[in-house]
Design a protein around this ligand. Sequence first.
Ligand SMILES: [Zn+2]
Length: 506
Amino acid sequence: MDLSKVLQSGMRGVFYGRHSTHKQTMETQRRSAYELAEKYECTIVNEILDEGVSSRKKDRKGYKQLIADAYSEKFDFVIIYSHSRIARIPEEHEMIRLIMHQLNIPIIESETENLYDYGDTIYRAIKDGVAKYELDKIRFNTRGAMQTLVKNGLWTGGKAPFGYRYTLKERGDNGKFEIEEIEMELVKKVFELYKNNHGFSFIAKHMPVNSHRGKEWNKDRVKNIITNPFYAGYIAIRRKHEKKHNSLRDRNEWVMEKSSLIPPVLSIEEWEYCWDLYMTKMKRKISPKHFKTSFLLTSLLKCEDCNGSLVGKDQRTKSNQGKVYGKKVYICKACNFKLNAEEAHETAIKIFKTYQGVDTEQLIEGIQGKVENEIKIIEGNIEDLEVVWNAEKRKLQNCDLEIEKAFKESETNETRIKIFLITKEKLLNQIHQIEAVIEEKKSKIKFLEEVQKNQILIEGQLKNFYLNSFTQQDLRVLFLYLFEKITVNNQGALKCKLRFNLEGDR
Ligand SMILES: [Zn+2]
Protein backbone atom coordinates (compact mmCIF):
# COMPACT_ATOMS: atom_id res chain seq x y z
CA MET A 1 0.00 0.00 0.00
CA ASP A 2 1.17 3.49 -0.78
CA LEU A 3 1.47 5.23 2.56
CA SER A 4 2.65 8.56 1.15
CA LYS A 5 -0.79 10.08 1.68
CA VAL A 6 -0.55 9.19 5.36
CA LEU A 7 3.12 9.66 6.15
CA GLN A 8 4.72 12.93 5.20
CA SER A 9 8.29 13.92 5.55
CA GLY A 10 9.18 15.09 9.02
CA MET A 11 6.35 13.42 10.90
CA ARG A 12 7.12 12.06 14.34
CA GLY A 13 6.32 8.45 15.07
CA VAL A 14 6.31 6.19 18.06
CA PHE A 15 7.20 2.56 17.83
CA TYR A 16 4.92 0.37 19.86
CA GLY A 17 6.16 -3.16 20.31
CA ARG A 18 5.70 -6.11 22.51
CA HIS A 19 8.66 -7.85 24.03
CA SER A 20 8.93 -11.28 22.78
CA THR A 21 10.68 -14.07 24.60
CA HIS A 22 12.88 -14.27 21.55
CA LYS A 23 15.22 -11.34 21.53
CA GLN A 24 15.73 -11.70 17.83
CA THR A 25 12.07 -11.36 17.03
CA MET A 26 12.03 -8.05 18.84
CA GLU A 27 14.98 -6.90 16.76
CA THR A 28 13.16 -7.85 13.57
CA GLN A 29 10.14 -5.88 14.65
CA ARG A 30 12.16 -2.83 15.51
CA ARG A 31 14.25 -2.85 12.33
CA SER A 32 11.19 -3.22 10.17
CA ALA A 33 9.63 -0.21 11.86
CA TYR A 34 12.66 2.03 11.51
CA GLU A 35 13.14 1.08 7.88
CA LEU A 36 9.60 2.02 7.06
CA ALA A 37 9.89 5.35 8.89
CA GLU A 38 13.05 6.14 6.98
CA LYS A 39 11.45 5.26 3.66
CA TYR A 40 8.97 8.10 4.22
CA GLU A 41 11.51 10.47 5.77
CA CYS A 42 9.90 10.28 9.17
CA THR A 43 11.57 9.91 12.52
CA ILE A 44 10.74 7.63 15.37
CA VAL A 45 10.88 9.77 18.48
CA ASN A 46 10.09 7.16 21.07
CA GLU A 47 9.72 3.46 21.68
CA ILE A 48 7.06 2.06 23.91
CA LEU A 49 7.40 -1.58 24.74
CA ASP A 50 5.23 -3.97 26.65
CA GLU A 51 5.95 -7.36 28.06
CA GLY A 52 4.79 -9.86 25.50
CA VAL A 53 3.80 -12.63 27.83
CA SER A 54 1.74 -10.53 30.17
CA SER A 55 -0.31 -8.93 27.45
CA ARG A 56 -3.45 -10.24 29.01
CA LYS A 57 -2.82 -8.29 32.16
CA LYS A 58 -5.05 -5.31 32.54
CA ASP A 59 -2.45 -2.83 33.73
CA ARG A 60 -0.01 -2.88 30.91
CA LYS A 61 2.18 0.15 31.39
CA GLY A 62 3.15 0.67 27.76
CA TYR A 63 -0.37 0.42 26.48
CA LYS A 64 -1.48 3.10 28.90
CA GLN A 65 1.50 5.29 28.13
CA LEU A 66 0.80 5.01 24.42
CA ILE A 67 -2.69 6.35 24.94
CA ALA A 68 -1.55 9.07 27.35
CA ASP A 69 1.18 10.23 24.94
CA ALA A 70 -1.29 10.25 22.10
CA TYR A 71 -3.51 12.65 24.02
CA SER A 72 -0.57 14.93 24.77
CA GLU A 73 0.37 14.95 21.08
CA LYS A 74 3.83 13.52 21.56
CA PHE A 75 3.74 11.84 18.16
CA ASP A 76 1.93 12.02 14.83
CA PHE A 77 1.67 8.33 14.06
CA VAL A 78 2.10 4.94 15.66
CA ILE A 79 4.11 2.26 14.01
CA ILE A 80 3.66 -1.34 14.99
CA TYR A 81 5.12 -4.46 13.53
CA SER A 82 1.96 -6.43 13.16
CA HIS A 83 -1.46 -5.91 14.60
CA SER A 84 -1.26 -9.27 16.27
CA ARG A 85 1.44 -7.63 18.34
CA ILE A 86 -0.49 -4.63 19.50
CA ALA A 87 -2.93 -6.30 21.80
CA ARG A 88 -4.28 -9.70 22.54
CA ILE A 89 -7.65 -8.71 23.79
CA PRO A 90 -10.12 -7.48 21.18
CA GLU A 91 -11.35 -4.64 23.36
CA GLU A 92 -7.81 -3.35 23.58
CA HIS A 93 -7.41 -3.53 19.81
CA GLU A 94 -10.53 -1.56 19.36
CA MET A 95 -9.82 0.92 22.09
CA ILE A 96 -6.43 1.77 20.63
CA ARG A 97 -7.85 2.08 17.15
CA LEU A 98 -10.78 4.10 18.33
CA ILE A 99 -8.67 6.55 20.30
CA MET A 100 -6.07 6.98 17.58
CA HIS A 101 -8.78 7.42 15.00
CA GLN A 102 -10.43 10.12 17.03
CA LEU A 103 -7.13 11.87 17.55
CA ASN A 104 -6.33 11.54 13.87
CA ILE A 105 -3.24 9.45 14.53
CA PRO A 106 -2.69 6.73 11.95
CA ILE A 107 -1.43 3.33 13.05
CA ILE A 108 0.91 1.78 10.52
CA GLU A 109 1.77 -1.86 10.33
CA SER A 110 5.38 -2.23 9.22
CA GLU A 111 5.17 -5.92 8.40
CA THR A 112 2.58 -5.37 5.70
CA GLU A 113 3.14 -1.64 5.13
CA ASN A 114 -0.52 -1.17 5.68
CA LEU A 115 -2.69 1.18 7.61
CA TYR A 116 -4.04 -0.63 10.62
CA ASP A 117 -7.40 0.80 9.87
CA TYR A 118 -10.81 0.96 11.40
CA GLY A 119 -12.65 -0.63 8.51
CA ASP A 120 -13.55 -3.69 10.53
CA THR A 121 -17.15 -4.21 11.38
CA ILE A 122 -16.42 -4.87 15.01
CA TYR A 123 -14.78 -1.49 15.24
CA ARG A 124 -17.92 0.15 14.05
CA ALA A 125 -19.98 -1.84 16.52
CA ILE A 126 -17.85 -0.54 19.34
CA LYS A 127 -17.87 2.98 17.97
CA ASP A 128 -21.65 2.84 17.83
CA GLY A 129 -21.57 1.54 21.35
CA VAL A 130 -19.49 4.49 22.44
CA ALA A 131 -21.74 6.92 20.61
CA LYS A 132 -24.77 5.41 22.26
CA TYR A 133 -23.06 5.57 25.61
CA GLU A 134 -22.38 9.26 25.06
CA LEU A 135 -25.97 9.84 24.08
CA ASP A 136 -27.23 7.99 27.13
CA LYS A 137 -24.93 10.09 29.25
CA ILE A 138 -26.30 13.30 27.75
CA ARG A 139 -29.80 12.03 28.26
CA PHE A 140 -29.06 11.08 31.81
CA ASN A 141 -27.53 14.48 32.49
CA THR A 142 -30.33 16.47 30.93
CA ARG A 143 -32.85 14.39 32.77
CA GLY A 144 -31.06 15.08 36.02
CA ALA A 145 -30.70 18.76 35.24
CA MET A 146 -34.32 19.01 34.31
CA GLN A 147 -35.55 17.26 37.39
CA THR A 148 -33.62 19.78 39.43
CA LEU A 149 -35.11 22.61 37.42
CA VAL A 150 -38.59 21.30 37.75
CA LYS A 151 -38.09 20.59 41.42
CA ASN A 152 -36.81 24.08 41.96
CA GLY A 153 -39.69 25.38 39.94
CA LEU A 154 -37.48 27.20 37.51
CA TRP A 155 -38.13 27.75 33.87
CA THR A 156 -35.21 28.20 31.56
CA GLY A 157 -36.98 27.71 28.30
CA GLY A 158 -37.21 31.39 27.36
CA LYS A 159 -40.57 32.82 26.47
CA ALA A 160 -43.54 30.84 27.74
CA PRO A 161 -45.42 28.89 25.04
CA PHE A 162 -48.37 30.62 23.37
CA GLY A 163 -51.30 30.58 25.78
CA TYR A 164 -49.17 30.99 28.90
CA ARG A 165 -47.21 33.63 30.71
CA TYR A 166 -44.42 32.95 33.14
CA THR A 167 -44.51 34.98 36.31
CA LEU A 168 -42.09 35.52 39.14
CA LYS A 169 -43.72 37.25 42.07
CA GLU A 170 -40.48 38.50 43.48
CA ARG A 171 -36.78 37.89 43.05
CA GLY A 172 -35.71 34.42 44.04
CA ASP A 173 -39.31 33.27 44.03
CA ASN A 174 -40.23 30.05 42.24
CA GLY A 175 -42.09 31.24 39.21
CA LYS A 176 -45.12 29.58 37.71
CA PHE A 177 -47.11 29.48 34.53
CA GLU A 178 -50.41 31.21 34.27
CA ILE A 179 -52.97 30.90 31.53
CA GLU A 180 -53.27 33.81 29.15
CA GLU A 181 -57.02 33.50 28.62
CA ILE A 182 -57.40 35.04 25.20
CA GLU A 183 -54.44 33.15 23.77
CA MET A 184 -55.62 29.92 25.38
CA GLU A 185 -59.00 30.15 23.67
CA LEU A 186 -57.10 30.10 20.39
CA VAL A 187 -54.99 27.17 21.54
CA LYS A 188 -58.14 25.20 22.30
CA LYS A 189 -59.49 26.04 18.89
CA VAL A 190 -56.26 24.80 17.30
CA PHE A 191 -56.49 21.44 19.09
CA GLU A 192 -60.19 21.14 18.33
CA LEU A 193 -59.66 21.68 14.61
CA TYR A 194 -56.75 19.29 14.59
CA LYS A 195 -58.78 16.57 16.28
CA ASN A 196 -61.32 17.09 13.54
CA ASN A 197 -58.67 16.15 11.04
CA HIS A 198 -57.77 19.54 9.68
CA GLY A 199 -54.21 20.22 8.62
CA PHE A 200 -51.79 22.84 9.96
CA SER A 201 -52.28 25.21 7.01
CA PHE A 202 -56.04 24.97 7.14
CA ILE A 203 -56.01 25.76 10.84
CA ALA A 204 -53.64 28.71 10.37
CA LYS A 205 -55.98 30.15 7.74
CA HIS A 206 -58.97 29.89 10.06
CA MET A 207 -57.47 31.78 12.98
CA PRO A 208 -58.30 35.45 13.59
CA VAL A 209 -56.03 37.88 11.77
CA ASN A 210 -52.76 38.73 13.56
CA SER A 211 -53.86 36.97 16.70
CA HIS A 212 -50.57 35.18 17.35
CA ARG A 213 -49.05 37.74 19.68
CA GLY A 214 -49.70 40.37 17.07
CA LYS A 215 -48.45 38.24 14.22
CA GLU A 216 -50.04 36.20 11.46
CA TRP A 217 -50.59 32.49 12.06
CA ASN A 218 -48.76 30.02 9.85
CA LYS A 219 -48.43 26.28 9.76
CA ASP A 220 -45.24 26.31 11.86
CA ARG A 221 -46.99 28.16 14.66
CA VAL A 222 -49.84 25.65 14.56
CA LYS A 223 -47.37 22.77 14.53
CA ASN A 224 -45.57 24.22 17.55
CA ILE A 225 -48.77 24.03 19.51
CA ILE A 226 -49.96 20.61 18.40
CA THR A 227 -46.61 18.90 18.95
CA ASN A 228 -45.86 20.48 22.33
CA PRO A 229 -46.88 18.37 25.36
CA PHE A 230 -46.60 21.55 27.42
CA TYR A 231 -50.34 22.02 26.90
CA ALA A 232 -50.89 18.72 28.70
CA GLY A 233 -48.70 19.87 31.58
CA TYR A 234 -45.43 18.34 30.47
CA ILE A 235 -42.08 19.98 29.90
CA ALA A 236 -40.20 18.36 27.04
CA ILE A 237 -36.60 19.10 26.26
CA ARG A 238 -34.47 17.89 23.38
CA ARG A 239 -37.69 18.05 21.41
CA LYS A 240 -36.40 20.07 18.49
CA HIS A 241 -33.39 19.95 16.27
CA GLU A 242 -31.33 23.02 17.00
CA LYS A 243 -30.12 23.40 13.47
CA LYS A 244 -32.97 22.29 11.28
CA HIS A 245 -35.84 24.72 10.92
CA ASN A 246 -38.73 23.76 13.15
CA SER A 247 -38.02 20.08 12.87
CA LEU A 248 -38.62 17.64 15.69
CA ARG A 249 -36.33 14.95 16.99
CA ASP A 250 -37.39 11.35 17.33
CA ARG A 251 -39.77 10.99 20.20
CA ASN A 252 -37.40 8.60 21.98
CA GLU A 253 -34.80 11.36 22.18
CA TRP A 254 -37.07 13.70 24.07
CA VAL A 255 -36.97 14.03 27.81
CA MET A 256 -40.48 14.60 29.06
CA GLU A 257 -41.28 15.48 32.61
CA LYS A 258 -44.64 16.28 34.17
CA SER A 259 -44.59 19.66 35.83
CA SER A 260 -46.87 20.84 38.58
CA LEU A 261 -46.15 24.41 37.51
CA ILE A 262 -48.11 24.16 34.29
CA PRO A 263 -51.91 24.25 34.35
CA PRO A 264 -52.77 21.84 31.51
CA VAL A 265 -55.53 22.59 29.01
CA LEU A 266 -55.91 19.06 27.72
CA SER A 267 -55.19 15.60 29.13
CA ILE A 268 -52.01 13.80 28.17
CA GLU A 269 -54.19 11.16 26.50
CA GLU A 270 -55.78 13.79 24.30
CA TRP A 271 -52.38 15.16 23.47
CA GLU A 272 -51.12 11.66 22.62
CA TYR A 273 -54.11 11.27 20.36
CA CYS A 274 -53.12 14.41 18.46
CA TRP A 275 -49.50 13.29 18.38
CA ASP A 276 -50.58 10.00 16.86
CA LEU A 277 -52.60 11.85 14.23
CA TYR A 278 -49.54 13.93 13.48
CA MET A 279 -47.25 10.89 13.19
CA THR A 280 -49.74 9.07 10.98
CA LYS A 281 -49.91 12.07 8.67
CA MET A 282 -46.14 12.41 8.73
CA LYS A 283 -45.68 8.83 7.65
CA ARG A 284 -48.20 9.63 4.92
CA LYS A 285 -50.41 6.76 5.88
CA ILE A 286 -53.17 9.28 5.42
CA SER A 287 -53.19 11.48 2.37
CA PRO A 288 -54.28 15.09 2.91
CA LYS A 289 -57.45 14.33 0.93
CA HIS A 290 -58.27 11.25 2.99
CA PHE A 291 -60.98 13.01 4.98
CA LYS A 292 -61.87 15.61 2.41
CA THR A 293 -62.79 13.56 -0.61
CA SER A 294 -66.27 13.97 -2.03
CA PHE A 295 -66.24 10.19 -2.42
CA LEU A 296 -67.58 9.19 0.95
CA LEU A 297 -66.68 5.51 0.61
CA THR A 298 -63.11 5.84 -0.66
CA SER A 299 -60.83 3.08 0.72
CA LEU A 300 -63.83 1.31 2.27
CA LEU A 301 -65.52 -0.17 -0.78
CA LYS A 302 -64.67 -3.73 -1.84
CA CYS A 303 -66.01 -5.77 -4.71
CA GLU A 304 -67.72 -8.92 -3.46
CA ASP A 305 -67.08 -10.85 -6.67
CA CYS A 306 -63.38 -10.28 -7.14
CA ASN A 307 -62.33 -8.72 -3.84
CA GLY A 308 -60.92 -5.72 -5.69
CA SER A 309 -61.04 -2.18 -4.32
CA LEU A 310 -63.36 0.38 -5.81
CA VAL A 311 -62.13 3.88 -6.50
CA GLY A 312 -64.15 7.01 -7.02
CA LYS A 313 -64.19 8.65 -10.41
CA ASP A 314 -65.97 11.77 -11.57
CA GLN A 315 -67.19 11.03 -15.10
CA ARG A 316 -69.32 14.11 -15.45
CA THR A 317 -68.85 16.40 -18.40
CA LYS A 318 -70.53 19.66 -19.23
CA SER A 319 -71.86 20.50 -22.66
CA ASN A 320 -71.48 23.97 -24.15
CA GLN A 321 -75.04 24.72 -23.04
CA GLY A 322 -74.06 23.86 -19.47
CA LYS A 323 -75.89 20.57 -19.44
CA VAL A 324 -74.24 17.88 -17.31
CA TYR A 325 -73.68 14.40 -18.72
CA GLY A 326 -72.44 11.29 -16.97
CA LYS A 327 -72.13 10.79 -13.26
CA LYS A 328 -69.82 10.15 -10.35
CA VAL A 329 -69.05 6.46 -10.01
CA TYR A 330 -66.99 3.94 -8.11
CA ILE A 331 -65.11 1.53 -10.33
CA CYS A 332 -63.61 -1.80 -9.31
CA LYS A 333 -59.95 -1.68 -10.16
CA ALA A 334 -59.91 -5.41 -10.87
CA CYS A 335 -63.11 -6.17 -12.79
CA ASN A 336 -64.28 -2.71 -13.85
CA PHE A 337 -67.63 -3.09 -12.14
CA LYS A 338 -69.28 0.33 -11.90
CA LEU A 339 -71.41 1.69 -9.10
CA ASN A 340 -73.34 4.96 -9.13
CA ALA A 341 -71.67 7.04 -6.42
CA GLU A 342 -74.66 9.22 -5.42
CA GLU A 343 -76.86 6.16 -5.02
CA ALA A 344 -74.20 4.28 -3.08
CA HIS A 345 -73.79 7.24 -0.73
CA GLU A 346 -77.52 7.37 -0.08
CA THR A 347 -77.64 3.64 0.68
CA ALA A 348 -74.60 3.82 2.96
CA ILE A 349 -76.09 6.73 4.89
CA LYS A 350 -79.35 4.81 5.25
CA ILE A 351 -77.48 1.82 6.67
CA PHE A 352 -75.51 4.14 8.92
CA LYS A 353 -78.72 5.67 10.27
CA THR A 354 -79.95 2.26 11.36
CA TYR A 355 -76.94 2.12 13.68
CA GLN A 356 -78.00 5.33 15.31
CA GLY A 357 -80.51 3.20 17.22
CA VAL A 358 -77.69 1.59 19.17
CA ASP A 359 -77.19 3.37 22.46
CA THR A 360 -73.94 5.10 23.34
CA GLU A 361 -72.96 2.76 26.13
CA GLN A 362 -73.25 -0.25 23.90
CA LEU A 363 -71.35 1.46 21.16
CA ILE A 364 -68.51 2.47 23.46
CA GLU A 365 -68.33 -1.03 24.92
CA GLY A 366 -68.13 -2.45 21.42
CA ILE A 367 -65.33 -0.10 20.53
CA GLN A 368 -63.42 -0.83 23.72
CA GLY A 369 -63.87 -4.55 23.15
CA LYS A 370 -62.35 -4.18 19.72
CA VAL A 371 -59.38 -2.30 21.14
CA GLU A 372 -58.91 -4.98 23.79
CA ASN A 373 -58.78 -7.61 21.08
CA GLU A 374 -56.15 -5.62 19.24
CA ILE A 375 -54.15 -5.40 22.45
CA LYS A 376 -54.38 -9.17 22.96
CA ILE A 377 -53.10 -9.80 19.47
CA ILE A 378 -50.15 -7.50 20.01
CA GLU A 379 -49.41 -9.09 23.37
CA GLY A 380 -49.31 -12.44 21.58
CA ASN A 381 -46.86 -10.98 19.08
CA ILE A 382 -44.65 -9.75 21.88
CA GLU A 383 -44.60 -13.18 23.49
CA ASP A 384 -43.52 -14.74 20.19
CA LEU A 385 -40.81 -12.13 19.79
CA GLU A 386 -39.55 -12.77 23.29
CA VAL A 387 -39.09 -16.45 22.46
CA VAL A 388 -36.95 -15.47 19.46
CA TRP A 389 -35.10 -12.94 21.59
CA ASN A 390 -34.25 -15.60 24.17
CA ALA A 391 -32.99 -17.96 21.50
CA GLU A 392 -30.75 -15.25 20.02
CA LYS A 393 -29.50 -14.36 23.50
CA ARG A 394 -28.45 -17.98 24.04
CA LYS A 395 -26.64 -18.02 20.73
CA LEU A 396 -24.82 -14.88 21.79
CA GLN A 397 -23.72 -16.45 25.05
CA ASN A 398 -22.35 -19.44 23.17
CA CYS A 399 -20.57 -17.11 20.79
CA ASP A 400 -18.98 -15.26 23.71
CA LEU A 401 -17.79 -18.53 25.19
CA GLU A 402 -16.23 -19.49 21.88
CA ILE A 403 -14.45 -16.16 21.61
CA GLU A 404 -13.08 -16.47 25.10
CA LYS A 405 -11.93 -20.02 24.35
CA ALA A 406 -10.29 -18.95 21.12
CA PHE A 407 -8.27 -16.30 22.91
CA LYS A 408 -7.10 -18.74 25.55
CA GLU A 409 -5.70 -21.16 22.99
CA SER A 410 -1.93 -21.23 22.83
CA GLU A 411 -1.97 -20.83 19.06
CA THR A 412 -4.33 -17.96 18.46
CA ASN A 413 -6.33 -18.51 15.31
CA GLU A 414 -7.17 -15.05 14.10
CA THR A 415 -9.54 -16.09 11.35
CA ARG A 416 -11.53 -18.10 13.81
CA ILE A 417 -11.70 -15.17 16.20
CA LYS A 418 -12.71 -12.82 13.45
CA ILE A 419 -15.53 -15.09 12.36
CA PHE A 420 -16.81 -15.27 15.90
CA LEU A 421 -16.58 -11.53 16.30
CA ILE A 422 -18.54 -10.96 13.13
CA THR A 423 -21.09 -13.53 14.22
CA LYS A 424 -21.33 -11.78 17.54
CA GLU A 425 -21.99 -8.46 15.91
CA LYS A 426 -24.69 -9.94 13.71
CA LEU A 427 -26.34 -11.51 16.73
CA LEU A 428 -26.19 -8.25 18.63
CA ASN A 429 -27.79 -6.44 15.72
CA GLN A 430 -30.49 -9.04 15.54
CA ILE A 431 -31.13 -8.79 19.26
CA HIS A 432 -31.29 -5.00 19.17
CA GLN A 433 -33.70 -5.13 16.29
CA ILE A 434 -35.98 -7.48 18.16
CA GLU A 435 -35.79 -5.25 21.21
CA ALA A 436 -36.72 -2.23 19.12
CA VAL A 437 -39.74 -4.02 17.66
CA ILE A 438 -40.86 -5.16 21.11
CA GLU A 439 -40.47 -1.61 22.38
CA GLU A 440 -42.57 -0.30 19.50
CA LYS A 441 -45.27 -2.86 20.15
CA LYS A 442 -45.32 -2.01 23.84
CA SER A 443 -45.83 1.66 23.13
CA LYS A 444 -48.55 0.72 20.67
CA ILE A 445 -50.30 -1.15 23.49
CA LYS A 446 -49.87 1.84 25.75
CA PHE A 447 -51.41 4.03 23.09
CA LEU A 448 -54.34 1.66 22.61
CA GLU A 449 -54.88 1.42 26.35
CA GLU A 450 -54.64 5.08 27.13
CA VAL A 451 -55.97 6.71 24.00
CA GLN A 452 -58.06 4.37 21.87
CA LYS A 453 -59.79 2.80 24.86
CA ASN A 454 -60.27 6.16 26.54
CA GLN A 455 -63.97 6.76 27.01
CA ILE A 456 -63.78 10.53 26.77
CA LEU A 457 -61.84 10.38 23.53
CA ILE A 458 -64.25 7.82 22.09
CA GLU A 459 -67.13 10.09 22.99
CA GLY A 460 -65.28 12.86 21.18
CA GLN A 461 -65.03 10.69 18.08
CA LEU A 462 -68.72 9.92 18.30
CA LYS A 463 -69.90 13.42 19.10
CA ASN A 464 -71.59 13.72 15.72
CA PHE A 465 -72.92 10.20 15.73
CA TYR A 466 -76.52 10.97 16.71
CA LEU A 467 -76.97 14.05 14.54
CA ASN A 468 -79.65 14.14 11.87
CA SER A 469 -77.68 15.97 9.25
CA PHE A 470 -73.98 15.86 8.62
CA THR A 471 -71.32 17.74 6.77
CA GLN A 472 -69.61 15.56 4.22
CA GLN A 473 -66.39 15.58 6.24
CA ASP A 474 -68.01 14.70 9.58
CA LEU A 475 -69.71 11.77 7.90
CA ARG A 476 -66.49 10.65 6.30
CA VAL A 477 -64.70 10.71 9.66
CA LEU A 478 -67.49 8.68 11.26
CA PHE A 479 -67.54 6.17 8.42
CA LEU A 480 -63.82 5.60 8.64
CA TYR A 481 -64.11 5.19 12.37
CA LEU A 482 -67.07 2.81 12.33
CA PHE A 483 -66.73 0.72 9.21
CA GLU A 484 -64.04 -1.79 8.46
CA LYS A 485 -65.26 -2.26 4.92
CA ILE A 486 -68.32 -2.03 2.74
CA THR A 487 -68.79 -4.76 0.17
CA VAL A 488 -70.85 -4.45 -2.97
CA ASN A 489 -72.24 -7.37 -4.98
CA ASN A 490 -72.80 -7.40 -8.73
CA GLN A 491 -76.37 -6.16 -8.23
CA GLY A 492 -75.01 -3.05 -6.51
CA ALA A 493 -76.25 -4.02 -3.04
CA LEU A 494 -74.11 -2.78 -0.17
CA LYS A 495 -73.12 -4.66 2.98
CA CYS A 496 -71.38 -2.80 5.79
CA LYS A 497 -68.93 -4.51 8.11
CA LEU A 498 -68.43 -2.67 11.38
CA ARG A 499 -65.05 -2.45 13.01
CA PHE A 500 -66.70 -3.17 16.32
CA ASN A 501 -68.76 -6.03 17.52
CA LEU A 502 -72.15 -4.60 18.48
CA GLU A 503 -74.95 -6.70 19.81
CA GLY A 504 -77.77 -6.71 17.32
CA ASP A 505 -75.10 -6.56 14.64
CA ARG A 506 -76.40 -7.25 11.20
ZN1 LIG B 1 -64.48 -6.41 -8.92
